[in-house]
Design a protein around this ligand. Structure first.
Ligand SMILES: CCCCCCCCC/C=C/C(=O)SCCNC(=O)CCNC(=O)[C@H](O)C(C)(C)COP(=O)(O)OP(=O)(O)OC[C@H]1O[C@@H](n2cnc3c(N)ncnc32)[C@H](O)[C@@H]1OP(=O)(O)O
Ligand SMILES: NC(=O)C1=CN([C@@H]2O[C@H](COP(=O)(O)OP(=O)(O)OC[C@H]3O[C@@H](n4cnc5c(N)ncnc54)[C@H](OP(=O)(O)O)[C@@H]3O)[C@@H](O)[C@H]2O)C=CC1
Length: 281
């Protein structure tokens, strides 16, 4: 571990989508650094399994689970009320997101809403709900949003996701100003490829080789977790409104997202096959 073990001692962190993938890896690192953790998602069994694994590894660290569809603003408020009843959260990590590969001209309104509803609206509800509580109580706070490279450079075939993540970047920059006087920091990470079961199935039909990555490999979960821990800690106390890219240099090799060049030539059959192998959730 790269940091002093007590780096996040006494901090209460809420990670949306913290039962799987990168959210789970970040949550684990926050616990290891002394934080207590709340995780949310739509599937209670997934959250319970993650919490059991956390408790087995960190028996003295509090972990709570919250079944919550963040697309539902009232459900987000109810979750935040439940968390605050124990004690106020200090850190929010906007990690939950929805995404799939699709040709944009074929997206239905419901498909657009499915992505924007979670990735943009859900993160906005969580951020505003935490910010309002912090400001009313005169408490500081930190919001870390997990973006993607497409927030910075567009993302063909994942257009609603790119739109949503770009919106979160605008939120980060805007609220850094508006909420700065209240001692609230907003920071973001734009990860390159950090393989997770869900993202591989949805977004990398051809596998996860590191083509187009100057450093020659994909990201490791512990590298993202280290960066997240630093950014939410007091060591990053003068950083706000900033987005840190962790992509092994991929952004500088060319514009198109890895894989998009081949997708430009996919047939209708190949798109149908990709749709068929994309898990519903
Ligand atoms: C390592 C890797 C590096 C990857 C490197 C690149 C990284 C990119 C950065 C982003 C990464 C991520 O976000 S990774 C995170 C990915 N994780 C997730 O997506 C988890 C959550 N996702 C989900 O729950 C589902 O996939 C999702 C469809 C979004 C929502 O599920 P719901 O049950 O709410 O919705 P559904 O009822 O199934 O579908 C709603 C509508 O969307 C349509 N729809 C559903 N799937 C569709 C599809 N594939 N193509 C077109 N349209 C689709 C349906 O037909 C519906 O429209 P109608 O037919 O009109 O009714
Ligand atoms: N993996 C990668 O290479 C990259 C990932 N990212 C970003 O990292 C983050 C995590 O991605 P990753 O770990 O790969 O993917 P996952 O699919 O594993 O993570 C998404 C999590 O969000 C939860 N979630 C989805 N929709 C909702 C909702 N409506 N309400 C509440 N929770 C929801 C899911 O749980 P449930 O389904 O139970 O609700 C799941 O736990 C995302 O923001 C993604 O955009 C960015 C760039 C690259």
């Amino acid at each position: 571990m790269a940091f002093a073990p007590g780096l996040l001692a006494g901090r209460r962190v809420l990670v949306t989508g913290g039962g799987t993938g990168l959210g789970r890896s970040m949550g684990r690192r926050f616990l290891a650094l002394g934080a207590s953790l709340a995780i949310c998602g739509r599937r209670g069994d997934v959250l319970d399994e993650a919490a059991a694994s956390f408790r087995a590894e960190f028996p003295d660290r509090p972990v709570t689970t919250h079944v919550c569809d963040i697309r539902d603003a009232a459900a987000v408020e109810a979750m935040l009320d439940a968390i605050w009843r124990d004690a106020p959260a200090d850190v929010l990590v906007n990690n939950a997101a929805a995404n799939f590969l699709a040709q944009t001209h074929r997206l239905s309104p419901r498909a657009v809403d499915a992505v924007l509803g979670t990735t943009l609206h859900g993160a906005a509800y969580c951020t505003i709900g935490c910010g309002r509580r912090w400001i009313e109580a005169g408490r500081p706070g930190v919001v870390l949003s997990i973006l993607t490279l497409s927030a910075l450079q567009g993302g063909a075939f994942t257009v609603p996701s790119a739109m949503a993540k770009a919106g979160l970047l605008a939120m980060t920059q805007s609220l850094a100003v508006e909420w700065g006087p209240h001692g609230i920091r907003l920071v973001a990470i734009a990860p390159g490829t950090f393989p997770t079961e869900s993202a591989v199935a949805r977004l990398r039909p051809g596998g996860t080789d590191a083509e187009g990555v100057p450093l020659g490999r994909n990201g490791r979960h512990e590298e993202l977790a280290d960066l997240a821990a630093f950014l939410v800690s007091d060591h990053a106390g003068y950083i706000t409104g900033e987005c840190v890219v962790a992509d092994g240099g991929r952004r500088f090799l060319g514009g198109a997202r890895a894989g998009a060049q081949a997708m430009l030539r996919w047939s209708d059959e190949e798109w149908a096959a990709q749709r068929a192998r994309t898990p519903a959730r």
